[in-house]
Write a protein that binds this ligand. Structure first.
Ligand code: AMP
Length: 163
């Protein structure tokens, strides 16, 4: 089976809370390979490109508050590679609403916010991470966030010793 690539973003709340290292370690510990990573301050235009279908799926209010949140500080973007990377990363990240995310997942361990509370505040839910939802979405998102020269090829010890 060929390895897959997926896009992960540590959102501004994760960066400001000083969780970059701990979140990265979760993925490294699982043997996922970081093939690209960078810190980026996005603007509204770029946010619209990344979240192009959110208004249809979640409504205009969520799009508005999400863009405000995602442009409120830098994010750490990374491209991770591994077997079934898209599915495995989503499993490790946990459900969208931190309140319902299982313990052991990144959102379940580091956040607790509910949709209800975020909505009364007219704020996007601060859930630390974005991770591509499907293989097709992952291909589009990696292409949006990274140039070819920013994605690297090397062998991890897992590849040398396990495969
Ligand atoms: P999704 O792609 O559907 O996971 O939504 C993207 C992001 O929008 C989520 O990760 C949350 O940060 C935010 N979000 C989604 N739905 C809501 C909601 N009902 N209230 C506040 N924020 C939301």
């Amino acid at each position: 089976m060929n390895p897959e690539r997926t896009l992960v973003l540590i959102k501004p709340d994760g960066v400001k809370r000083g969780l970059i290292g701990r979140i990265l370690s979760r993925f490294e510990d699982a043997g996922l390979k970081i093939v690209g990573t960078k810190m980026v301050q996005i603007d509204e235009d770029f946010g619209q490109k990344h979240y192009h279908d959110i208004a249809e799926r979640r409504g205009e209010q969520v799009l508005h508050s999400l863009l405000k949140f995602m442009t409120s500080g830098p994010v750490v973007a990374m491209c991770l590679e591994g077997i079934n990377a898209v599915e495995n990363v989503r499993k490790m990240v946990g459900g969208t609403e931190p309140k319902g995310a299982l313990p052991g997942t990144i959102r379940g361990d580091f956040a607790h916010m509910s949709f209800g509370h975020a909505d009364t505040q007219k704020k996007a839910i601060e859930n630390l991470i974005h991770a591509s939802g499907t293989v097709t979405e992952a291909e589009q998102e990696v292409f949006l966030w990274f140039n070819m020269e920013e994605l690297h090829s090397y062998k991890t010890v897992h590849e040398v010793h396990v495969f």
